[in-house]
Design a protein around this ligand. Sequence first.
Ligand code: URA
Length: 441
Amino acid sequence: MRAVDLIAKKRDGQALNSDEITWFVHTYAKGDLPDYQAAAFLMAVFLRGMTTAETVSLTMAMARSGDMLDLSDVIDYAVDKHSSGGVGDKTSLIVLPLVASCGVTVAKMSGRGLGLTGGTLDKLESIRGFRVNLTEAEFRDHAKRYGLVLAGQSHDLAPADGKFYALRDVTATVPSLPLIVSSIMSKKIAAGANGIVLDVKAGSGAFMETVDQARELAQSMVEIGHNIGRDMIAVVSDMNQPLGSAVGNALEVIESIEVLQDQRAGVEDLREHCLEIAAYMLKLAGRGRQWADHQDTRALLERQLSNGAAFAKFREMISAQGGDVRMIDDPRQLPGAHLIETLSADRDGYIAQVSAHHIAQMAFDLGAGRERKIDPIDPGVGVKVHAKVGDPVKQGQPLITIYANDQVKLSESKAHFSHAFQIGDHPVNPLPLFYDTISAV
Ligand code: URA
């Protein structure tokens, strides 16, 4: 095969077959095709799109470009979740121990944060000693022994995606549905998932800004996953305002502990969000025989929060992976900030907007996130948001507290405050948590 012929075929709007796509992906992954041909291929896909069959082939070719994790000796059915990334999205920290506390083994590989949204591994690393770099043997052993393990990638999963993604970033070909779907799904397939709950965010703090775009992505991922033989449930959830109130690594761990300890005040939205995602994960894991009734499953999950089982599972995982559980038992021992400032409403009214994007920028400027993979982060900094869209507020009422460790960064962060909140004269409806659910089971 010749790359130029395949590029021309796609350029002219014809569908490529599975052998052609597999050949292109694997030859590029091996380093036997130049970046300029891969870039031309990506642009042809961007402009011409792909059929479902082509996207399935692309997903499987990328998944098979590296290690394929087989967990079948540890878990007979691996259930995974994926979030398209949001501000204050600490869902995994809560949902995974919650699901594991119901007897479903969860062995998940997570990522680090890049840009404005934080990564699960960074949040967990605020806990002294917590190890995210486990060997494959440790990963399997923890899954077997504790029924819960959360680690970084110890494998070379879908390396073709890494190479393609770097090229997409610099060739303006990121926002292409088949390229996004195959990128996300190839990593999940390579990580061994049988059932996947997708949390596709829509809003100013999300990759997809409109509900329609997010729904289209969710539908496409469900379709492709189903075609590959995976059970799929996708929710489209709101990301116009942050999820919960904490944005920043240790602050998000603290808020997760609050939910796991069944506190409700101030975390109602986060708790509700996690209960829904966890119920869907159990639904997949139950495969129609168990946890099929959504309300019964939710009641079980609420009991696991109130009887301490979910928190105990979280604590066990932290301890098993070397983390200092004294920080979990007394979260004041987690990394903190020495400059704390609260900013308040300048007028009476109703909260019309809490911009997830600008709140994320505030936390980022404090040092909670990283621009390049190698940048360090400050685990102790971030913000806590005290108001949600629709809340009535009085002049002088606190809207946000900033936790900083550097005066200059604090000033930079504060500069976003005026864009972060909008207060109107008239009552505003609260934002929904979810816009849609799409499934293929
Ligand atoms: N996340 C991914 O992993 N890949 C994409 O293409 C977009 C978002």
